[in-house]
Design a protein around this ligand. Structure first.
Ligand code: NDP
Length: 333
């Protein structure tokens, strides 16, 4: 069983030296447990936070533990009543080829409805995040403008599409012409801003002259500040992620600037951070809506599947922080 364990805590971007990747004996399920053959490992921006010490919404991965990861696979051996050999499942199985589980936080999935990688993407945790952050925090209204950063990614691409389904005008912010073309031409966003080539604040003045009513924050930093400067009176901000700061080692370079802080006051903004699991009790609702919209062709999803097995994990993960991924980043085993 090929396994990736956290060996040391990174400073800045994680490197291969932070992990121990080795062959280990095949784990055997005990009473009430089952073993999964993992097919698709989800690479998530949050992984950088899980490797770090300090107060967060979950305990960090302990040194020596298997690197935490969402993954999808097939049950191959079971002493559990509800999970039988051949069942397709999604859960926190870690970066490894085979995992033993007692069923906690494991969902059954339907490979006939969508491929494995989509169940850790738009139909899985990133999809639930987009759903709750948009529906429960931003409450999109027809005629209002919604801006989303990291717009072509796993979460952002769905935020914009859900916003459109609710009648909002949607502007995406993404890096590069190809990602911008994708969100407007293929996903139906009203406009896109290429933050690598354009001045975000200036473009927002042109594209949203009545200012921004809702901002789904995935990035923070300069992009976050630019959008905050353009918020409308009583605007709403859902703080989902701050990826531009995850590998930043200089605290002075992180945070809202004076203009953004002033905007919070003068525009009386409502800003709420959230973690997808705050909505655990409503998970069935998200799964139902996402599945239905996907089946009806109303939600498009894109995955960026990388090969190379467990050994490719350290380099593949960093693609999220350089923007090399285009769509939900998944490692195929
Ligand atoms: P994506 O698929 O969007 O991939 C990450 C993207 O972020 C990159 O492709 C890149 O896009 C962009 N990016 C990376 N670094 C920077 C930077 N310095 N400045 C601007 N953009 C950058 O990832 P996800 O959809 O999985 O995650 C999006 C956000 O949602 C993250 O912040 C993540 O932490 C958060 N999240 C939060 C959850 C919660 O419960 N609160 C749950 C899941 C995700 P580009 O090329 O356009 O720059």
């Amino acid at each position: 069983n090929r396994v990736c364990r956290l060996k040391s805590r990174p400073f800045g971007m994680s490197t291969r030296e932070n992990f121990e990747i080795a062959d280990e004996p095949m784990p055997t399920p005990g009473p009430g447990e089952f073993r999964v053959k993992v097919h698709a490992v989800s690479l998530d921006p949050a992984m950088r936070g899980w490797m770090a010490e300090g107060r967060s919404y979950v305990q960090p991965v302990a040194l020596g533990d298997v690197m935490r990861a969402y993954a999808a696979g097939i049950v191959e051996e079971s002493n559990h009543e509800a999970f039988r050999p051949g069942d397709a499942v999604m859960g926190l199985f870690g970066v490894q080829e085979h995992a033993v589980s007692d069923g906690t936080f494991v969902h059954k999935i339907d490979p006939a409805q969508a491929p494995m990688e989509r169940w850790v993407g738009g139909l899985g945790m990133p999809g639930w995040t987009a759903y709750f952050g948009t529906m429960e925090i931003l409450h999109p209204e027809a005629g209002q403008t919604l801006v989303v950063s990291a717009a072509s990614g796993a979460v952002g691409s769905l935020v914009g599409q859900i916003g459109k389904l609710r009648g909002a005008t949607v502007i995406g912010i993404a890096g590069g012409a190809e990602k911008c073309r994708y969100v407007t031409e293929e996903l139906g966003f009203d406009a896109a801003i290429d933050y690598k080539a354009e001045d975000v604040e200036k473009r927002l003045v042109e594209l949203a002259p009545d200012r921004v009513h809702m901002y789904f924050e995935n990035v923070g930093g300069k992009i976050g500040n630019a959008v905050m400067h353009r918020m409308a009176t009583f605007g709403r901000v859902a703080v989902c992620g701050l990826i531009s700061s995850y590998n930043e080692t200089d605290p002075a370079k992180v945070g809202y600037d004076a203009g953004a802080q002033r905007s919070i006051l003068v525009n009386r903004l409502k800003i709420q951070g959230f973690i997808v699991f705050d909505f655990a009790k409503q998970m069935r609702e998200a799964i139902g809506h996402l599945g239905k919209w996907h089946a009806e062709g109303k939600l498009k999803m894109r995955e960026d599947v990388r090969e190379g097995g467990v050994d490719a994990f350290p380099e593949a993960l960093n693609m999220l922080y350089t923007g090399e991924n285009f769509g939900k980043l998944v490692l195929k085993l």
